[in-house]
Design a protein around this ligand. Structure first.
Ligand code: NAP
Length: 259
């Protein structure tokens, strides 16, 4: 049992949907005070309603994570509302799928801004609050795509996710003086609302390629983030953990059939 995060002040960017909503659910269930930050207010309201119905202490901020003024305002206003900031989960991300030959350079820039610039901006905005508190925790949601694997159409996405890990290592050194750790979770294929449209047959095919035989649940990522945010993980920084049910392990298609 990890030390409770009850009463801790937590931000989850991209908390209105998918993995972010799962991370928020896991933290809220421990009694943390959680702010969900993303652009669409309707989805934010729906997520807050769900978490509040389960007894969570949650609120939301409308924020574009690629925009400095928006991120700084979101972090400062959250710290004011929640009595400081203990944990930043920089999770918001976008993954349009376009092959290099067809990709407009503006799409590359947009994905980099949403996935990579955002990590820098949110950490930068959080530093004064961690400095004031004398401690802090950052958890990035990276991916297996980019750092470990590739997929046609996701060159920009993969580069942004690998870039997050490059950022992480130097950020860990710079944040150490604020007694703050920063680590990354690298999800494999996680079941989110967005995948529902793909159909059961497609989802079964995805699950069959994963040694543990199922897609990940959003809470699987939330639990890994919770560990990095815990007191028990206080001496871990600049590190990454793959949460993929063994998806990246098979060295050939035949290897899966041997299971
Ligand atoms: P999702 O269901 O599409 O949710 C994305 C979240 O990010 C939403 O809350 C969205 O809200 C928010 N967001 C997107 N652009 C934003 C912006 N510019 N400013 C603020 N918020 C923004 O995606 P997901 O699958 O949960 O993915 C979450 C993270 O996990 C991403 O970083 C993704 O790369 C990573 N990941 C996912 C998987 C997977 O299998 N699902 C695997 C590996 C890594 P708005 O659009 O309303 O702003």
């Amino acid at each position: 049992m990890l030390t409770s995060l009850k009463g801790k002040s937590v931000i989850v960017t991209g908390g209105s949907k998918g993995i972010g909503r799962g991370i928020a659910r896991v933290f809220a269930a421990t009694g943390a005070r959680v702010t969900l930050a993303s652009r669409g207010e309707e989805a934010l309201r729906a997520a807050c309603a769900e978490l509040e119905a389960a007894g969570g202490d949650v609120r939301y901020e409308i924020c574009d994570v690629s925009d400095w003024d928006s991120v700084r305002a979101m972090v400062d206003s959250t710290a004011a509302a929640q009595g400081g900031l203990d944990v930043l989960c920089a999770n918001a991300g976008a993954f349009p799928q376009t092959k290099i030959v067809d990709m407009d350079p503006s799409e590359w820039d947009q994905v980099m801004a949403t996935n990579l610039r955002s990590a820098f901006l949110s950490v930068k905005a959080a530093i004064p609050h961690f400095e004031r508190a004398g401690k802090g925790r950052v958890v990035l949601t990276s991916s297996i795509t980019g750092p470990l694997t590739g997929y046609p159409g996701w060159s920009h996405y993969g580069a942004s996710k690998a870039g997050q890990l490059g950022f992480l290592r130097t950020a860990a050194m710079e944040l150490a003086r604020y007694n703050t750790t920063i680590n990354a979770v690298m999800p494999g294929n996680i079941y989110t609302e967005g995948l529902q449209d793909l159909g059961q047959e497609y989802l079964d095919g995805m699950a069959a390629a994963i040694p543990l035989g199922r897609l990940g649940a959003v809470e699987d990522i939330g639990n890994a983030a919770l560990f990095f945010a815990s007191d028990e993980a206080g001496y871990i920084t600049g590190q990454q953990i793959v949460v993929d049910g063994g998806q990246t392990l098979p060295e050939s298609l035949e290897a899966i059939d041997e299971i």
